[in-house]
Design a binder for this molecule. Structure first.
Ligand code: FAD
Length: 220
């Protein structure tokens, strides 16, 4: 019995935290057949059920989606974050709940839940460029990084192909091209219509909003 329990609770890998980093590590480990345990300090977030504000309009919020002055005063660091508002506040860790000492200014924005900050981020997914990888060295900050752009480029490709990143190949050294999906101009109208209909059925979108998107994309 004890041996069986021990076997059940023995893992090839333990991942701490289920944000984008931990989530990806766990995905890779599982796909490679490793028995993986993910430990997450925050609450479970269930798709749809735990997005209580997703379908609200600005006028549905008590403070029209802004954070009241008193709450801002209680959360001076968090309040600097552009994305912190009445519609998103349930995903942000409050300053007074997890205070920390700043030796130098550092705005530490935290999301303690399954998915971590992947529930709060803006979803912009540019690659860093060659110079970014050398800027520590060039600016004399901390230590020179042991990796360069060329080391990581194949891994950018690996992740981009899985995630599906939209963009244009502009050939800019500052923002290197990636493995992009075709741009929004080429969006297949039928596919988009189907997707929007499914969102309406699932209660994630109103018909009015769906029309608005189609108008904005000029494809209605
Ligand atoms: C508002 C906002 C917008 C952003 N926009 C962009 C963007 O457009 N593009 C971009 O590239 N980046 C963006 N970022 C940054 C990006 O979201 C983060 O860099 C990324 O999500 C960090 O992922 P992570 O897995 O390393 O950390 P996190 O997402 O912070 O995950 C850490 C996880 O570990 C858990 N955890 C912590 N301590 C413990 C513990 N002791 N035991 C168990 N679990 C623990 C936490 O609860 C959390 O789930 C944005 C960030 C914010 C806040």
């Amino acid at each position: 019995m004890i041996a069986k329990k021990k076997l059940e609770n023995t893992f090839d890998a333990i991942v701490i935290g289920s944000g984008i980093s931990g989530g990806w590590a766990a995905k890779e480990l599982c796909e490679k057949g490793q028995k993986t345990l993910v430990l997450e300090r925050g609450r479970m977030v269930e798709h749809i059920k735990d997005y209580p504000t997703a379908m609200l309009n600005q006028w549905d919020f008590k403070h029209r989606q802004t954070i009241p002055y008193k709450v801002k005063e209680e959360n001076p660091i968090l309040s600097k974050c552009y994305a912190y508002n009445e519609g998103t506040e349930h995903f942000f860790v409050k300053d007074k709940e997890h205070p920390y000492i700043q030796k130098k200014p550092f705005d530490w924005i935290k999301g303690y839940q399954v998915g971590g900050k992947s529930l709060m981020w803006a979803r912009m997914t540019q690659r860093w460029n060659k110079e970014d990888f050398k800027s520590n060295k060039n600016n004399g900050i901390a230590i020179d990084w042991p990796i360069r752009y060329n080391d990581i480029a194949p891994w950018y490709s690996y992740v981009e192909k899985f995630a599906g990143i939209s963009g244009d190949k502009d050939g800019l050294a500052q923002i290197p091209d990636g493995e992009f999906l075709h741009g929004i101009d080429n969006v297949d109208r039928r596919v988009l219509n189907q997707h929007l209909s499914e969102m309406i059925t699932d209660g994630l979108l109103t018909k009015k909003h769906s029309m608005y998107y189609l108008q904005e994309l000029n494809i209605n």
